[in-house]
Design a protein around this ligand. Structure first.
Ligand code: 2NL
Length: 357
């Protein structure tokens, strides 16, 4: 009996895995196992022999069973230990760097607007942000005494003492680019001028630097009808709607005659703008037929050519399209803010080369 005990305890402690343990269990205490066979032979013993062998065999069976169980749970512990070791996580390692840069909503809208007008045959013109007062004002039918000139909150540069020439200005609109383009390209032409403009104003709906896109189409026989079609196509494409109603309200700009402000039909439900439906009107831009004096200032023969022009705030239409409530957020914002409005991180590694990897 001691031999049997010695044999199985040794085999159990040497078993390599659970399968080997199971084999040993069958071999020792299974129905036809060695210990079970011994137990069956108890019946053939004398009562005296049985009284000694019976309890001894039972004790042996119990001992083998508990050795099997102990070995089994030791194996499970070891396996768990092994797994914990292999799945160990070093929480002190630096995080994996992911691209943090995003396309700014204003840049995105700038590109969207450019793409839409490109499809209609407009090319893009750019020009200086520091302008002469001629290009920014006089050429646009805003002579020195013009009230609109005073209302523009213009930033002026300083001249040296004794230099009496008029100071340069930070352009208050992108219109000077259009005057420069008329001089350079002449008619016919179709351009849009997106760019930064500057006015000394700061509140929830004004920042001292903002973005404007103006458009200009010059040709023989251009009319307000061409303007209307063009703007309708733009609004449908930009706000991604199949149809939209435009409302032209008579207005006044020094550089256009007649002039019209353009509203689009919309609804505001729960602060959510829907374009093309509802009973509200939303002002999105100013427009008109180019004033003959402005054509002349750009060197265009006003007797032969007409043109329409329009101007709108990129920041403003970005706020409308993406539901951004405060203009100042554009210039005082972080990545969480950008992500909140759905501007995803760039996936082009080349564009984030400024970040450490
Ligand atoms: C507005 C209104 C407008 C223009 C801009 C323009 C430029 C030239 C000649 C004639 Cl060179 N017009 N630009 C015309 C009408 C309106 O902007 O509310 N902008 C945010």
């Amino acid at each position: 009996m001691d031999d049997l005990r010695e044999k199985y305890l040794t085999l159990i402690s040497a078993a390599a895995d659970e399968a080997a343990l199971e084999e040993l269990r069958v071999q020792a205490v299974g129905k036809k196992g060695e210990i079970s066979l011994h137990m069956r032979s108890l019946g053939k013993m004398s009562p005296e022999e049985r009284q000694v062998a019976g309890p001894a065999l039972n004790a042996l069976k119990d001992e083998v069973n508990s050795a099997l169980n102990a070995r089994k749970s030791a194996m499970a512990d070891a396996a768990l230990e092994e797994r914990l070791k292999s799945e160990w996580l070093d929480v002190t390692l630096p995080g994996r760097q992911r691209p943090a840069g995003t396309i700014h909503p204003i840049s995105q809208v700038w590109e969207e607007v450019t793409a839409i007008f490109s499809d209609m045959g407009f090319s893009v013109a750019e020009g200086p942000q520091i302008e002469t007062d001629w290009y920014n004002f006089d050429a646009l039918n805003m002579p020195g005494h013009h009230p609109a000139r005073a209302e523009m909150d213009t930033f002026y540069t300083h001249r040296a003492e004794g230099d009496d020439r008029p100071p340069h200005v930070l352009r208050t609109h992108t219109s000077p680019v259009q005057i420069r383009s008329m001089e350079k390209m002449g008619a016919p032409m179709r351009i849009i001028c997106p760019g930064r403009v500057y006015r000394a104003d700061y509140d929830q709906t004004h920042t001292p630097m903002f973005h404007q896109v103006e458009g200009l189409a010059l040709d023989t026989g251009i009319s307000m009808a061409n303007l209307k079609w063009c703007l309708e196509e733009f609004v449908k494409a930009f706000f991604e709607v199949d149809d939209v109603e435009l409302r032209f309200r008579a207005s006044h700009f020094p550089f256009t005659e007649p002039s019209a402000e353009v509203d689009i039909r919309c609804s505001w439900a729960d602060g959510q703008l829907k374009v093309g439906e509802g009973d509200d009107w939303l002002e999105i831009l100013g427009s008109g037929m180019v004033h003959p004096k402005v054509l002349a200032a750009g060197g265009i023969d006003a007797a032969k050519y007409q043109g329409f022009a329009f101007g709108m705030g990129i920041d403003r239409i970005a706020m409308l399209k993406y539901g951004i409530p405060d203009l100042r957020a554009f210039f005082d914002s972080d990545l969480r803010w950008l992500r909140h409005y759905g501007f995803a991180a760039l996936d082009k590694p080349g564009l984030v080369s400024g970040l450490s990897r």
